[in-house]
Design a protein around this ligand. Structure first.
Ligand SMILES: Cc1cc2nc3c(=O)[nH]c(=O)nc-3n(C[C@H](O)[C@H](O)[C@H](O)COP(=O)(O)O)c2cc1C
Length: 178
């Protein structure tokens, strides 16, 4: 099969933030826009932040978090684009610093060198986002061509409800011209 015979393949990297529980919303929206989706979660995100079985069923693919063994085939095709959603303070900083000690981080660092579109939906509280390291990380990643959605701190409004996490924005960012 050649690349043109298949749907474009989207890597979705999921971090350990509370909103990850709704990542199925992103997968559905991506599939409706013609993407085939493969999910790569950070090790902490696998620890109860979302329904892993539901994601496996929804994508029809293995859910990746650990490195494959030497000699094992790559379970996903090469990506045509990548989304990090939700993106934590921790992962944004480690990615910008070039750390690759988990499959999720190694994938982020490597895909950044492929020249495919990359979009980030940060989910970082304002107090953390004010840290100078975070601001520098975002600037560095933007300089690498990574597209960031508006900040989302998840603060409850006056009615006590939290604003909606705009999952579809990640897909819009991929479609934007650089
Ligand atoms: C219930 C819960 C919700 C969390 N939500 C967030 C969040 O919205 N944003 C964030 O940056 N960290 C959040 N954290 C902290 C991260 O899980 C923590 O920094 C972790 O190291 C992130 O790992 P990862 O980036 O490898 O996924 C949360 C932790 C817990 C226990």
């Amino acid at each position: 099969m050649t690349a043109s015979d298949r749907s474009p393949f989207l890597y979705v990297v999921v971090c350990a933030a509370g909103v990850a529980t709704d990542v199925g919303t992103l997968i559905t929206a991506a599939q409706e826009r013609g993407w085939e989706v493969g999910v790569i979660a950070t090790p902490l995100a696998m620890n109860g932040f979302f329904d892993t079985e539901a994601v496996r069923a929804q994508t029809g693919r293995p859910l990746r978090s650990a490195w494959r063994r030497p000699g094992e085939p790559r379970p996903f095709p090469a990506p045509d684009a990548l989304v990090v959603a939700p993106a934590t303070f921790n992962t944004v900083n480690k990615w910008a610093a070039g750390m690759a000690d988990t499959l999720a981080l190694g994938t982020l660092c490597e895909v950044a060198g492929l020249g495919v579109p990359m979009a980030v939906l940060p989910c970082v509280a304002d107090a953390l986002a004010a840290h100078p390291a975070y601001r520098e990380s975002v600037a560095r990643l933007r300089g690498m061509g990574v597209r960031f959605a508006d900040p989302y701190g998840g603060h409850a409004g006056e009615d006590g409800g939290r604003p909606r996490f705009g999952w579809e924005r990640a897909l819009d960012l991929l479609e934007d011209r650089p």
